[in-house]
Design a protein around this ligand. Structure first.
Ligand code: DGL
Length: 382
């Protein structure tokens, strides 16, 4: 021990051996106050982009982005928040040109601000699942985009908008939220924009991923994730919309008993580059629709099959037994006519995307390729 040791050649203390002990004593005496005085790490910075919707739809005038920020007392405990007003309209009023502008703006914010932790976007809930999926496919950064809305407007008793927005900010500020694609936060739950659907016109618990399940929850103490998204997201995205000025027209046509071909033909004749056919079950069309789809293929229009059932997967043809009844008109080992062969060349299986999500994915995919095999690969990877 230093304090007990003296050099036999000298009467003084051996200070060379003593200095580590002296250092420890000095740290005990002075270190803690010094540590206590160290400035705390700054809170994560989150940017809020307001687009409107019920969350801001106050009677007598919509809430601005600034007023929405003020509706969240205590937000400063979780993040340093900046904000901007992108739009202030119902979600269904957002145009596809505004979708492109919103995605470009978010990509620009991330590219020019490396210290930004994440971005929160408010949206009306009616088409929130479409807007958020578009951002999910086109924002190429590991940091989170979190889309929030509310079911009750600010003039209603029980307005939940401020709580949803605060939770969205907490999710955007959390490093655990990186590389999960665009997230949708309402009612304490975090869902992937890929999987979430508005399942009820009025209830607060409307945003659900059905049997795929939510990704996580926002609890009083922390943000908790239970599941991970396995499809391509964030930096693994391949779509670059920076130079895209217009999204191609893609229409959704519902299958129902005795449905006519002329709606499909009208979509094609009015410039659709893709048709999503919301098939019954795993592939049935009805009425004259088969004729309409053959017409679409003859004009080089792509057809994506997606089930109207609400969930379930349409497998690509090569992975499906030749069981007949499919919208490509093939199967069952029958000889295909030239029209049926052409239709097959333009048909893509929508995998587990709902018709409305398949439409968004096809619009984005068509900005990159018009090869059927490539489109099918995209549907299988996203
Ligand atoms: N339900 C709202 C939406 O989806 C519409 C209400 C509004 O005008 O903001 O945007």
């Amino acid at each position: 021990m230093c304090a007990l040791y003296t050099d036999p050649m000298s009467s003084s203390w051996n200070w060379r051996r003593c200095w580590p002990v002296a250092l420890v004593l000095a740290m005990l005496a002075f270190g803690q106050p010094l540590l206590a005085q160290r400035p705390q790490d700054p809170l994560p910075r989150v940017h809020f982009v307001a687009t409107g919707g019920t969350i801001s739809n106050r009677e007598g005038g919509r809430l601005s982005a600034e007023e929405l920020v003020k509706s969240m007392p205590g937000v400063e405990r979780f993040a340093r928040l900046t904000h901007e007003q992108f739009a202030n309209v119902a979600s269904s009023e957002l145009s596809l040109a505004q979708w492109l502008a919103l995605s470009k703006r978010i990509n620009e914010l991330f590219a020019t601000d490396q210290e930004l932790a994440g971005i929160v976007v408010t949206s009306g809930t009616d088409t929130l699942e479409e807007t958020s999926f578009f951002l999910h496919l086109t924002v190429r950064d590991p940091r989170p985009v979190v889309v929030v809305g509310s079911m009750r407007n600010p003039s209603t008793v029980g307005y939940e908008g401020a709580a949803n927005l605060l939770q969205g900010v907490r999710v955007a500020a959390d490093p655990l939220s990186r590389n999960k694609g665009t997230l949708v936060v309402l009612n304490d739950e975090i869902n992937s924009a890929r999987n979430v659907t508005k399942t009820d016109a009025l209830r607060l618990q409307t945003f659900r991923s059905r049997e795929l399940g939510m990704l996580g929850v926002v609890d009083r103490d922390r943000v908790v994730y239970f599941n991970q998204i396995t499809q391509r997201t964030n930096e693994r995205l391949e779509f670059d919309i920076t130079k895209v000025t217009q999204l191609p027209r893609v229409d959704v046509i519902m299958v129902y008993q005795g449905a006519p071909a002329d709606l499909i033909k009208a979509a094609v004749d009015n410039g659709a580059r893709g048709i999503v056919i919301a098939v019954a079950g795993a592939g049935a069309t009805s009425g004259d629709q088969s004729e309409g789809l053959t017409y679409a293929a003859s004009k080089g229009v792509f057809i994506v099959t997606s089930t109207r059932s609400g969930s379930g997967r349409i497998a690509p043809p090569q992975q499906r037994p030749r069981d007949g009844g499919a919208t490509d008109g093939g199967g069952g080992g029958f000889q295909l006519s030239p029209e049926q062969q052409r239709r097959r060349q333009f048909t893509i299986a929508g995998e587990d995307h709902t018709p409305i999500k398949a439409r968004v994915l096809l619009m984005v995919a068509l900005t990159k390729t018009t090869e059927r095999a490539e489109l099918q690969r995209i549907f299988s990877e996203y």
